[in-house]
Design a protein around this ligand. Sequence first.
Ligand code: GUN
Length: 281
Amino acid sequence: MTIIDGKKTAADLRSNLKNEVDNLKKKYNKVPGLTVILIGEYAPSKIYVRNKEKSAVEIGLKSEIIEYPDTIDEKTVLEKISELNKDENVSGILVQLPLPKHINNKKIIDAIDPNKDVDGFHPNNVGNLSSGYESSVPCTPLGCHLLIKKIEPNLNGKKAVILGRSNLNGKPMTQLLLKENCTVTIAHSKTKNLKEECLKADILVVAVGIPKLVKGDWVKKGSIVIDVGINKTDEGIVGDVDFDEVSKIAKAITPVPGGVGPMTIACLLKNTIECFKRSLV
Ligand code: GUN
């Protein structure tokens, strides 16, 4: 059984990206820039955003955080996005979610220039991904995809089951695995016989936000299990998969923490560099 080391894989990816930034700087005398908009006081978002900035700076990107109180009006945020869209020094824009209730998610996401949409949430990017065209790909499924490919480079004909149908992970994950010629089932809270669906999976990706939902008798022997969950519990941070049970059955599994989490940030850096490169052509 392999414990998939997301921390190491992300560190290797960041190291390659740092080299790429150095080369871009030499060639164009310019570095990619990431701007993150953070609204409100939600503590996990603040931690995520600080970590994103730290990682960006470490690999030589320009990084800026624009903070607003949660009383900010939608118009001010939209105006700021419009300004950033026009700013040549900004390669990527990310608005940290969740947003306060009075701010409309869709309006905000739609306002970001699709070419600067490092989250891959803009409908143009969602459409391009599902049509198999070039697009920004959401960071979490992109990270999951890289981890899966490390274990199994050829996914042709594999049966993949994705638990959770969110725009952030489940839906784009489906597209990435379809592109790899997997047979994909997307299961969710209303799916009947969830356990039976999971048992069919060669590749199981779980992102539902329920601590240790997936037990040892839910997974097929020899499967690859990717746990996207990050749940705070009395016993500390745990995933959506019961690691102790499932690690006895699976061929490979991501731990929580240290699995998917570090890959998400590394993939954000990758997307920022990709947006920069696309802006050059
Ligand atoms: N909040 C939690 N995950 C994410 C993410 O990947 N992107 C953004 N913008 N907000 C998030």
